[in-house]
Write a protein that binds this ligand. Structure first.
Ligand SMILES: Nc1ncnc2c1ncn2[C@@H]1O[C@H](COP(=O)(O)OP(=O)(O)O)[C@@H](O)[C@H]1O
Ligand SMILES: [Mg+2]
Length: 312
C-alpha cells in the first residue's frame, strides 16, 4: 500500500507563487513507488482547489485530507507556515509534516523569535517593535533595517541609510503587517543553517550555506535566478560550531519539527540570529534542500525523512 500524501501549496499571502513552486517540486519528487500524491491548492483569496484546480471549499478540502495518510503543508508565510495549517491538521486529527502550531506561530513572528533566541543566549540585532501609533515618534539616528514582523521573501524589507527614507520604509512594511521591526543594520556574512528533526528525534544539520548578496538579500535576488550561494559556506571550525549550536538551540527552544532554516549574520563577535523559517523554500534548488544534498541527503530522501517524521 502506498502512503497517500496530501501536498498543500499556494496560500493567502505575498509568498503564494513561491509556495506553488515549492509544492509542485515536492509533489513531483515524492517517490511514486512509495507515495501517492494528492495535490491541493489554496488560492490567494483562500479558495481551496483540488488536483484539477476545481474549487472545493474548506469542507471539500477536509474530505480530501481525511482520505490521506499524511498532510504535507508547503505553504509559506501567514495562514500557512504560521501554524494555521498545523492547527487544521491537529483539529482534524491528521498526521502532518513540519512544525506544530506554537513553533509555527512563534517563528512567523520575527519579534517573538528574537525574544526566544535571546532567552537561550543567542544574539539578535538590537531593535524596536513599532505600531502605526508608536512609529510616529521614531527618529532616525543611524542606519536601520525596517521590516514587517510577519511577512517573507524580503517583501516590505528596506534598509534606511538616510532620515528621509524612514517614512517610505515604514509605509512599505506597514502595508504587510501592523507590527514592524526597526533593527540596527548587522554587519556580517549571511549564513543559513538547515535543521532536520528525524522521526527518532535526532537532529541532522547539513553544511551551512552563505548568501553572497550586496546589501539586502531581496526578492529579485532570491528568485530572479541570480542569487549567489556558497555551499558549503567557508567557515572557521569555531564559527561552524557556533552556528550549529545556535541553530539547534533556537530550533529546540521554539519546539520546531520537520525542517527549519535558521538564518544568521556571522559577525566578528559570532552568529547573530536573523530569523527562522519553519517552512523554508522547498524546491530542489532552494537553499535548504541544497544544504541537505551537500550533506549527503538527496532531495527525495529529505522528503521521505520529512513524511516519516510527521506528527501523529
Ligand atoms: N538587521 C539587519 N541587518 C542587515 N541586513 C538585514 C537585517 N535584517 C534583514 N536584513 C536583510 O534583509 C533580508 C530579508 O530580511 P528577513 O528578515 O530575512 O526577511 P524575510 O522573512 O522576508 O526573508 C535578509 O536576508 C538580509 O539580507
Ligand atoms: Mg529571510
Amino acid at each position: 500500500m502506498r502512503t497517500r500524501v496530501a501536498v498543500i501549496g499556494g496560500g493567502q499571502n505575498c509568498e503564494h507563487d513561491v509556495s506553488l513552486a515549492s509544492a509542485a517540486s515536492v509533489a513531483g519528487a515524492l517517490d511514486p513507488a512509495t507515495y501517492d500524491v494528492v495535490p491541493l491548492t489554496i488560492g490567494r483569496d483562500g479558495t481551496w482547489r483540488d488536483r484539477g484546480l476545481r474549487p472545493i471549499g474548506l469542507s471539500g478540502a477536509a474530505q480530501v485530507l481525511r482520505g490521506c495518510d499524511v498532510v504535507f503543508p508547503v505553504v509559506h508565510g501567514p495562514r500557512g507556515e504560521d501554524g494555521a495549517l498545523a492547527a487544521l491538521c491537529e483539529l482534524a486529527g491528521l498526521p502532518y509534516v513540519g512544525s506544530g502550531i506554537r513553533p509555527g506561530a512563534l517563528a512567523m513572528d520575527k519579534w517573538a523569535t528574537k525574544l526566544v533566541a535571546q532567552a537561550v543566549g543567542i544574539a539578535v540585532a538590537p531593535g524596536v517593535l513599532v505600531t502605526p501609533a508608536t512609529a510616529r515618534h521614531l527618529r532616525w539616528t543611524h542606519p536601520v533595517v525596517v521590516k514587517p514582523v510577519a511577512a517573507g521573501s524580503s517583501q516590505g524589507v528596506s534598509r534606511v541609510d538616510v532620515p528621509d527614507a524612514l517614512q517610505p520604509a515604514l509605509d512599505a512594511a506597514f502595508a504587510l503587517d501592523d507590527r514592524v521591526l526597526v533593527e540596527d543594520v548587522v554587519v556580517g556574512r549571511e549564513v543559513d543553517v538547515a535543521v532536520l528533526k528525524r522521526a527518532d528525534g535526532s537532529l541532522f544539520v547539513p553544511p551551512a550555506l552563505e548568501i553572497v548578496a550586496d546589501g539586502i538579500f531581496d526578492y529579485d535576488a532570491k528568485y530572479g535566478g541570480h542569487a549567489d550561494f556558497r555551499l558549503p559556506a567557508r567557515l572557521e571550525e569555531a564559527d561552524a560550531k557556533a552556528l550549529r549550536y545556535a541553530a539547534t538551540e533556537v530550533f529546540d527552544a521554539l519546539g520546531c519539527a520537520g525542517v527549519a532554516r535558521v538564518d544568521f549574520f556571522l559577525t566578528a563577535a559570532g552568529p547573530v540570529l536573523n530569523e527562522v523559517n519553519t517552512m523554508p523554500g522547498m524546491t530542489a534548488h532552494s537553499q535548504a534542500p541544497r544544504m541537505f544534498a551537500a550533506g549527503g541527503m538527496a532531495y527525495a530522501e529529505l522528503l521521505d525523512e520529512l513524511v516519516r517524521s510527521a506528527h501523529r
